[in-house]
Each structure stands twice: as structure tokens, then as C-alpha cells.
Design a protein around this ligand. Structure first.
Ligand SMILES: CC(C)(COP(=O)(O)OP(=O)(O)OC[C@H]1O[C@@H](n2cnc3c(N)ncnc32)[C@H](O)[C@@H]1OP(=O)(O)O)[C@@H](O)C(=O)NCCC(=O)NCCS
Length: 147
């Protein structure tokens, strides 16, 4: 997956947004038995949306909600199943972090599904606090200070 993917920051209404929502549904919500109504977040329009795509096909995405002048929450991290494990997720996070640093943001936190904790640890994120359940799945809070 070193070639073939373009990384673009978009907003709701962009031609790639429907593909982003569909990927989020397929990867993050449908496996839990949720409907498409559960995909959008209340702070959708206030968030950064980074999509990896090949032409009009969305292959992966990650979102970031700014919470204050220093940082915010990374969320809705998803890679198309047939491309997982090929480095695309890491490239999405690193591309997002470069943009956050460019904007002067230094603090990122996220709610990691337990199986994804090692993925975020590889990217320099550290677990904090106690385990908890969200959307019926064990989660850990994680955070990173951008260097
Ligand atoms: C989690 C997810 C986003 C990771 O993206 P990905 O493209 O598959 O991951 P990458 O190939 O970029 O992996 C980067 C590194 O993390 C490691 N890694 C990824 N997933 C891992 C896992 N579950 N356990 C251990 N290591 C993992 C990779 O081996 C790789 O290590 P390396 O740097 O030594 O090569 C993707 O698998 C996914 O969409 N999963 C389903 C949805 C999900 O769980 N999203 C996260 C919600 S919090």
C-alpha cells in the first residue's frame, strides 16, 4: 500500500464524504449490528476528516475533533478490511499528526478498542486510566504529546 493512495482532508459535503461514511459504517458500525443512523457524530462538522483514497474510492479514514487550543480527540480510525496490515492506518495517523502540529496542536487523545491498542502504541500513544466499555467493546484511553 505504499503507492496508489492519496491523502485528502475533507469536510461533510465533499464528494468523498459519502464514501468516508460508508467505510466507517462497514468497518466500525456494521460489525456491531448498528445501523447507518449511528455513524455520524454530533461534532462531525467541527472535526477534521482525513481520507485515504484511490480516485473516488475511500480506502481509509481518521477524524479529529479539536477540543481546545492545545488538542483534541482522534476518532473513527478505519481501514478497508482488504488493506489492513499494510501500513495505511499508520500513514493516516502520521499525516493527521503533521497537520495538527502545523496548526499548533500538541495533545491527542483517543478511545482505543482493545485490539487496536498495540497499533496506537506502535505510533507512540500511551494507555492511561482504567479499562471501560464503549459501544459494547472493551476500550482504553490513550494519549500522545506531539513532538
Ligand atoms: C486498527 C486499524 C486502523 C490499523 O490500521 P492498519 O492499516 O491495519 O495498520 P498498519 O498496517 O498501519 O499497522 C501499523 C503497525 O501497527 C501494527 N498493528 C496494527 N494492528 C495491530 C494489532 N491489532 N495488534 C498488533 N499490532 C498491530 C502493525 O503490525 C504495524 O506494525 P509495524 O510498524 O511494526 O509494521 C485497522 O486494522 C482497522 O481499521 N481495524 C478495524 C477498525 C478499528 O478497530 N479501528 C480502531 C478503532 S479504535
Amino acid at each position: 500500500m505504499k503507492t496508489g493512495a492519496t491523502f485528502t482532508f475533507i469536510q461533510p459535503g465533499h464528494p468523498l464524504y459519502a464514501g468516508e461514511l460508508e467505510l466507517r459504517f462497514r468497518v466500525l458500525r456494521e460489525p456491531l449490528g448498528h445501523t447507518r443512523d449511528d455513524v455520524a457524530f454530533p461534532f462531525e462538522a467541527d472535526s477534521l476528516h482525513l481520507v485515504a483514497h484511490h480516485e473516488e474510492v475511500v480506502l481509509g479514514c481518521v477524524l479529529f475533533n479539536p477540543e481546545d487550543a492545545h488538542g483534541g480527540r482522534l476518532f473513527q480510525m478505519a481501514v478497508a478490511p482488504h488493506l489492513q496490515g499494510q501500513g495505511l492506518g499508520a500513514r493516516l495517523v502520521r499525516t493527521l499528526e503533521v497537520e495538527l502540529a502545523r496548526r499548533g496542536l500538541t495533545h491527542v487523545h483517543l478511545h482505543a478498542r482493545a485490539p487496536a491498542v498495540p497499533f496506537y502504541e506502535r505510533l507512540g500513544y500511551a494507555v492511561f486510566g482504567d479499562p471501560y466499555t464503549e459501544v459494547g467493546i472493551p476500550h482504553r484511553d490513550m494519549r500522545k504529546t506531539l513532538g
